[in-house]
Ligand binder design. Structure first.
Ligand code: 13P
Length: 251
């Protein structure tokens, strides 16, 4: 019905040489395995071209970690969705909490980014998640619903079907603290219900919803056992071949 996906978010890690040798080794190991999910690596912009050249995209798919909220022009230092697409990459992480918090990305700027990604045939891996304060004051559902409404709900059902969602509670990212299985299942069920209400059951059934936040080789199995969890967006544990492979093999 919908795809299971394990995506690695390298964030600002690995030199070009380290990245190249990592994907070579990952691909050679994946070749001999029965893999039951899509495997995506989301790498720094400047690695995209070199990595695309050496991967078999049937085995490893390639994504970026951001795109600009404008199409082109005088925006020094920015990278457009068209530029990313021109490298061969097919995915782009948008709305990661590190970009929302450190680079002040808003639901509105993310709406523009999502639209530009889709226009350029990139598949957004759209991150949503609440802060610890918001969770403590039981505002998580409201926060998630607002993030989805303000950034995604202007797009057509046809386009929404292409999007991958990633629920990443901010308090669980890089902290070693994972959300509990119940918290994850509750939130993923809530997210799917929001999609049902807006786009209908058929679209909701097709949308992959990943979990991210201190997901590793030890907790992956329990997390992915939840019926509404369709895979993971993995940070730290995607940087080492062994741990990333073990997470992939959970499927
Ligand atoms: P960690 O797996 O390192 O907690 O990071 C999760 C994340 O932010 C993936 O986008």
């Amino acid at each position: 019905m919908r795809k299971s996906i394990i995506a690695g978010n390298w964030k600002m890690n690995k030199t070009l040489q380290e990245g190249i040798s990592f994907v070579k080794e990952l691909e050679s190991k994946l070749k001999n395995k029965n893999v039951n999910c899509d495997v995506i690596v989301c790498v720094p912009f400047i690695h995209l071209v070199s990595i695309y050249e050496i991967i078999d995209t049937k085995i490893i798919k390639l994504g970026a970690q951001n795109n600009a909220d404008n199409s082109y022009g005088a925006y020094t230092g920015e990278i457009s969705a068209a530029m990313i697409a021109s490298t061969g990459a097919k995915y782009v992480i948008l709305g990661h909490s590190e970009r929302r918090v450190f680079y002040k990305e808003t639901n509105l700027s993310l709406k523009k980014k999502v639209e530009l990604a889709l226009k350029n045939n990139l598949i957004p891996i759209f991150c949503i998640g609440e802060s610890l304060e918001e969770r403590k004051s039981a505002k998580q559902n409201m926060v998630i619903e607002t993030q989805m409404k303000d950034s995604l709900f202007s797009i057509s059902a046809n386009d929404f079907e292409k999007i991958i969602l990633a629920y990443e509670p901010v308090w669980a990212i890089g902290t070693g603290e994972t959300a509990t299985s119940n918290q994850i299942q509750d939130m993923h069920t809530f997210i799917r219900k929001i999609i049902v209400n807006k786009y209908g059951q058929a679209v909701a059934n097709k949308t992959s919803i990943l979990y991210g936040g201190s997901c590793n080789e030890n907790n992956a199995k329990e997390i992915f056992a939840n019926s509404n969890v369709d895979g993971g967006l993995i940070g730290g544990a995607s940087l080492k071949i062994d741990t990333f492979l073990q997470i992939i093999e959970t499927f």
